[in-house]
Design a protein. Sequence first.
Length: 238
Amino acid sequence: MSTHRDAEQGSLFFADELARLIELRQTYEDRGPSVLARPDIPNPVVWNASIMFTDLRGFTGLTERFVNDPTGLVSVLNAHLKCVLRSIAICGGVVEKFVGDGVMATFGASDVMPDHVDRAMAAAIGLVGANEALNRRCASDWGFRLEVGVGVASGPVVIGGVGSADRSELGVLGDAVNVAARLVTHAGPGEVLMTGVVYRAVAEMLQSELTNQSAVRGRSGRLEIYRMSLLGGRGDLA
């Protein structure tokens, strides 16, 4: 009897948290950056999700090429970001913010998404492939290639308002966010770096290799970090 009651209470708690998560998302979409000035903002929600960061390799050097043509730099960057955003959207992800020349995206942080790890990895594969297709179309005209790296981690995150009454945004915070952000800095061209949690969820579908890296800067704990190289043949679909 108590087991049934516990399950029922758990279901009600989950439903309440989900409703609050959806309300948080809708509130920030409707009210914009001054939303924390209002007293009726829903409390933060803890949720399991997958986090992705992307980053262009060598973007600093690329900006030097366009020192006399800043609008050309924006055009090239937007062509790349169009590929990234479309791949994320196709897989059901949400772009939380632009981070320099890359993006931070979440999968499962806006609704119920049991397969958020699979979707994050599908988006990673898709965006690397789409960026390579862009290179095939444009690299000869540009005189250079665009190389992208990806970092993916998964785990509990907290979703809530961050900032002040003057300016705020909906923040997604947690260890998985920090880890994914660190992993992308080490991902080479066409590579996806992922944690062991992510790897084990997709191990039967994708070929990846354990790296000799086990720590990320600023984090005391050690991790299993796996690499999937989509342009080098090691990360092809099994």
